[in-house]
Design a protein around this ligand. Structure first.
Ligand code: FE2
Length: 334
């Protein structure tokens, strides 16, 4: 007899289905049991099959077929949990905009910071759902640890999501989510869903998501004392009164191979810093760059600081500048 696999267990439905406004208990119970429960049951079955498979000998199509189905079932489970979490009984604080306690106020503030205004978020989220009428998929309000903001993202299926995004609110646009009550009137379903959002649980989801440190944190912020990021340098160059002096300190081979430089920048030999440091201004910031922002420019900036120059290196070097699509120009002859 095969061991029973129950690695994943359904979460309880977090509201009394007959108390929602405009969504029937029959629809919600069917959705919970057949579609959400179905995803959890399917995921357990798939993972039991995977556990019994020898990846060294299994045909690739069998292994990858199960892996694809695992992603779909796991995505369905997770998004359905965010969907049911979003709904609440009348009188439990559902409807309207988030607010009323610290967690819901924090969610409202995060939406305003990310979208400009609650109304703007609501208009975009609802319109995205209505645009999926006649098709299928999800609309997800997710916290992006990468961008440190909330985003509305579209998902064509259960396995289609924002990498690293934590679902805060999910709108199910598969027909099984509304056809029983609304027929083809998907827009009415979207409006009804929005009316039944119980903000305390999405607010708790956001609170938990924000506890995860930003990733990739160490790389995202330049060490302000020693490095400057490419965006900050570009802004500084736009300010004619405080623009730093930017110098190319790449190794000669790297410079020739690239053939490009930051606009208007002269080259200085990174192995002869002491020879040219004395000629630099002491009352103006100096930024030195190399190919990728590693030791060549960091060592040059360090040597300049020792010589009394207000110097920093460009984080990411000319490679990051070019990756942003910002202008460069051909190198000048040495
Ligand atoms: Fe569903």
């Amino acid at each position: 007899m095969t061991a029973r696999s129950t690695n994943h267990v359904v979460l309880p439905i977090p509201f009394k289905p007959h108390r929602l406004d405009g969504l029937s208990a029959r629809l919600l119970e069917s959705h919970y049991e057949n579609n959400y429960g179905g995803a959890v049951r399917r995921l357990n079955a798939i993972e039991a099959r995977l556990a019994a498979l020898d990846p060294a000998t299994a045909p690739g199509f069998e292994l990858n077929g199960l892996k694809r189905e695992q992603s779909i079932a796991a995505g369905s489970m997770i998004l359905h949990e965010a969907y049911f979490d979003a709904l609440g009984e009348q009188g439990s604080g559902s409807g309207g905009d988030p607010g009323g306690d610290a967690a819901r106020d924090a969610l409202a503030a995060a939406i305003e910071a990310s979208f400009g205004a609650l109304a703007r978020w609501r208009a975009e989220f609802g319109a995205m759902g209505k645009a999926l009428a006649g098709g299928s998929g999800w609309v997800v309000l997710a916290w992006s640890a990468r961008s440190q903001r909330l985003v509305n993202h579209w998902a064509a299926d259960h396995a289609h999501g924002l990498p690293g995004g934590q679902p805060v609110l999910a709108l199910d646009m598969y027909e099984h989510a509304y056809h029983m009550d609304f027929g083809a009137r998907a827009a009415d379903y979207v409006d009804t869903f929005m009316r039944n959002i119980a903000w305390q649980r999405p607010a708790a989801r956001l609170h938990a998501a924000r506890a995860v440190p930003a990733s990739p944190a160490p790389h995202a912020a330049a060490d302000a004392g020693r490095e400057v990021g490419v965006a900050a340098l570009r802004s500084a160059l736009d300010d004619a009164t405080a623009a730093p002096l930017v110098l190319d300190v790449r190794l000669p081979d790297d410079r020739q191979r690239s053939g490009q430089r930051l606009p208007g920048t002269d080259w200085r030999d990174p192995q002869q810093v002491e020879a040219w440091a004395a000629a630099l201004p002491r009352d103006r910031e100096v930024v030195v760059y190399c190919m990728y922002g590693f030791w060549v420019s960091q060592d040059a900036a360090s040597a300049l600081r020792k010589a009394g120059v207000k110097a920093r290196s460009l984080q990411g070097g000319i490679a990051s500048w070019r990756a942003m699509g910002w202008p460069t120009q051909p190198i000048a002859p040495c």
